[in-house]
Design a protein around this ligand. Structure first.
Ligand SMILES: C[S@@+](CC[C@H](N)C(=O)[O-])C[C@H]1O[C@@H](n2cnc3c(N)ncnc32)[C@H](O)[C@@H]1O
Length: 286
């Protein structure tokens, strides 16, 4: 398919790394074929409408828009998610949070684990847990209505909408009922980039991903400060907290936890590249 070679070359010239794969994914989206299908239909010619859509996609991509916003697709935990500019694109590193959650759920043998995910975005974490644990009941909170609408759509597609309750709200400020210490596990990938560092991020993130999904305040730690105070009253006896952190935030976050109290079994979890990626802790007894 000449158009594939041409697209690859053009993206390469414009400095897009992984240009072959990106060309294949853009074309797959337009032709509604998977990548294998593309090669099986290698001699297929594009209609003028398909060509003009491809040109539109390429223009968006070379302006820095992430591929996933153009194809409206990102896989997470081997589940296809619809994504768009109203949500952060879920990252593979975040899967470690789901792994830790499943480990804790198995360890604690809760009959019907009651889980809160804060800042659900497209619903990746909440939906992955709900699919992996059929007895789980999940409340997914989010500040953005647009994100909630998309997460709901993903939950419906994945057939877990009856077990995920979406709530619009600020962090753990959901209604009084939520504050009765009934939750077994609170999990979140909160915004944690230092505000002053946002300007030097790659343009795909800086100019396209929602600012409220990445801005963690002056020192990047605003959300942890709030979590360590707000989470204990929401958690049941010996409930767990799992939070994603930036690679260089582990020690600061552990220290903050120690100072504020309320948690035991505090531990940093590293990802597969050996970088600190999450903290996990258990609510301390009274
Ligand atoms: C880093 S993104 C994580 C999205 C998704 N959970 C993931 O891991 O891909 C953080 C999310 O938290 C949401 N958020 C930011 N501030 C919030 C707040 N105060 N309360 C609830 N959600 C918030 C953002 O809108 C964004 O969707």
């Amino acid at each position: 398919m000449r158009v594939l070679d041409w697209t690859q070359k053009y993206l390469q010239e414009k400095g897009i790394s992984g240009a072959r794969l990106e060309s294949e994914l853009l074309l797959s989206q337009i032709l509604e074929l998977d990548r294998v299908g593309l090669y099986l239909n290698y001699d297929m010619a594009l209609s003028s409408n398909e060509l003009s859509r491809l040109r539109g996609f390429i223009q968006r991509r070379i302006k820095g828009e992430p591929l996933q916003y153009i194809t409206e697709h990102q896989e997470f935990w081997s589940i296809p998610f619809k994504v768009g500019p109203q949500v952060l694109i879920p990252r593979p590193e975040t899967e470690i949070l789901v792994e830790e959650a499943l480990r804790v759920i198995e360890l604690e043998r809760w009959d019907e684990p009651r889980i809160v995910e804060v800042g659900t975005g497209c619903g990746a974490i909440a939906i992955s847990i709900a699919k992996s644990v059929p007895s789980a009941r999940v409340m997914a909170t989010e500040l953005s209505w647009e994100a909630i609408a998309l997460a709901r759509e993903n939950a419906t597609t994945q057939d877990v909408s009856s077990r995920i309750f979406f709530v619009r709200g600020d962090l753990l400020s959901f209604g009084k009922a939520g504050k009765t210490g009934r939750w077994n596990l609170i999990i979140s990938n909160p915004p944690y980039i230092k505000r002053g560092d946002i300007g030097s991020l790659q343009r795909e993130i800086r100019d396209f991903e929602p600012r409220e999904a990445i801005d963690g305040g002056i020192d990047g730690l605003d959300f942890y400060r709030r979590f360590f105070v707000d989470a204990p009253p929401c958690l049941g006896k010996e409930g767990w907290l799992i939070l994603e952190i930036g690679a260089d935030q582990g020690e600061d976050v552990l220290q903050m936890m120690e100072q504020l109290g309320g948690f035991k079994e505090r531990r940093i979890v590293s990802d597969y590249s050996g970088k600190s990626r999450a903290i996990i802790a258990q609510k301390a007894g009274q």
